[in-house]
Design a binder for this molecule. Structure first.
Ligand SMILES: Cc1ncc(COP(=O)(O)O)c(C=O)c1O
Length: 400
């Protein structure tokens, strides 16, 4: 059993904040928020207060907040909802066009491809620059008279590359084209704002900012035509039918409010911790950092490196044995798996490793990761077992 646990996978999910768990527990046994009786009214008040918290956190009005089951549903609602509404408005046979990027989360890329495959939309997928960022001009070049939506993430979940969505939003608004921003990875450390970004839709997820899994927000600008994914009781402007999940919604509102209140302090703290982590890792031979070189263009929560000559599966096992939770991809050449679409789109060589930090991260965890990798990487590269506990020897010649 590892003597220490280091959770360096906050980009995947974050531990819930205690005050969020309290709210969740308080409102899990809630009345139906659409019921007329007093208990229903109390539940409804909680939903509406949470909506106000979310709106304040996301630079929009409460009316523009739709509670969803998370980031994935919010992304799907924006893409399918806007495309289907535009098709209905354009009339039979008229083309509608969608632009997105090759480094989006599958929650955007997969619905985009699915819509294109069934003939609902013509799709353009913009390639990133080598550092994972999307150039505003590369997107604008793809815009056509039939473009109904552009979807570009605020920051990439693997590389932490930050996109200039505010400039993009301003340019698109001049042309009358709607912008959807997957802001899931931004909320913890960056200002997120529908208004400041001139965006028409946002996707946000509570579990990336100390909230529970299974709840998030789709921000949909007033006036944006959106077809719902689910039809039923007509809750949330008819855009998201289903009994309000009062406990999850209250927890989501609280998590967003806390995340925004503590954002500047957290960002300053994580800047120091991720600098320390990156510096420690870059002292190891054969380790290079990926993503934007300019710190202003990358999330302070993410450190993404490539490790030369080390098998991805062996690395993952070694990290597990050391009690470190991180996101390690298999190098393509190991034959054990596929590089992620982001790593591939950016032409990154070597075994990728993402370490991501968040509100609970302590310096001890960072130092444990540095010490572990400094000792494990040379041993794995020499083809030796990491800790001798069930690790098979790795053929260094065939890896990386
Ligand atoms: C950029 C991005 N978009 C969308 C999602 C999906 O969010 P959720 O897990 O709430 O469905 C995630 C997280 O997995 C993400 O990192």
């Amino acid at each position: 059993v590892p003597s220490m646990h280091a959770d360096l996978d906050h980009a995947a999910t974050t531990p819930p904040r205690p005050e969020v768990l309290e709210v969740l527990e308080r409102w899990m046994p809630a009345a139906n928020a659409s019921a007329r009786h007093l208990d229903g009214q109390a539940a409804r008040r909680t939903v509406e207060e949470s909506r106000e918290q979310a709106a304040a956190a996301l630079g929009c009005t409460p009316h523009e907040v739709i509670f969803t089951s998370g980031g994935t549903e919010a992304d799907n609602l924006a893409l399918k909802g806007v495309v289907w509404a535009a098709r209905a408005a354009a009339g039979d046979g008229a083309a509608v066009h969608l632009v997105t990027t090759a480094v989006e989360h599958p929650a955007v890329l997969e619905p985009a491809r699915w819509l294109a495959a069934r003939g609902d939309v013509e799709l353009d997928v913009v390639a990133p620059r080598g550092d994972g960022r999307i150039a505003v001009d590369d997107v604008l070049e793809r815009v056509r008279p039939t473009t109904v939506l552009v979807s570009v993430m605020g920051a990439n979940n693997e590389l932490g590359a930050i996109n200039d969505v505010a400039t993009l939003g301003a340019r698109l608004r001049e042309r009358g084209v709607a912008l959807h921003v997957d802001a899931v990875q931004c909320v913890a450390t960056r200002d997120v704002s529908l208004d400041a970004w001139h965006a028409d839709a946002l996707a946000v997820s509570a579990h990336k900012v100390g909230g529970p899994q299974g709840v998030g927000v789709a921000v949909l600008r007033r006036g944006l035509a959106v077809e719902p994914l689910a039809h039923g009781g007509g809750q949330d402007r008819g855009l998201r039918s289903g009994t309000f999940a009062v406990g999850l919604i209250a927890a989501c509102g609280m998590a967003l409010e806390r995340a925004v209140a503590e954002r500047d302090a957290l960002a300053a703290r994580l800047q120091q911790l991720s600098d320390r982590l990156a510096a420690g890792l870059l002292r190891i031979e054969g380790v290079t950092r990926n993503g934007p070189l300019d710190a202003a263009h990358r999330l302070v929560s993410h450190v993404h490196v490539a490790i030369d000559g080390v098998d991805g599966d062996a690395l993952a096992l070694a990290l597990d044995e050391a009690g470190i939770a991180a996101s390690s991809g298999s190098a393509c050449s190991s034959g054990a798996g596929h590089a992620s679409h982001v790593v591939e789109a950016c032409g990154i060589a070597g075994t990728p490793l993402r370490l991501s930090l968040g509100w609970t991260t302590r310096v001890e965890e960072v130092d444990h990761a540095i010490a572990t990798l400094a000792s494990v990487v040379p041993r794995l590269r020499d083809g030796g077992p990491a800790f001798g506990l069930g690790l098979r020897p790795v053929n260094a010649a065939g890896a990386g």
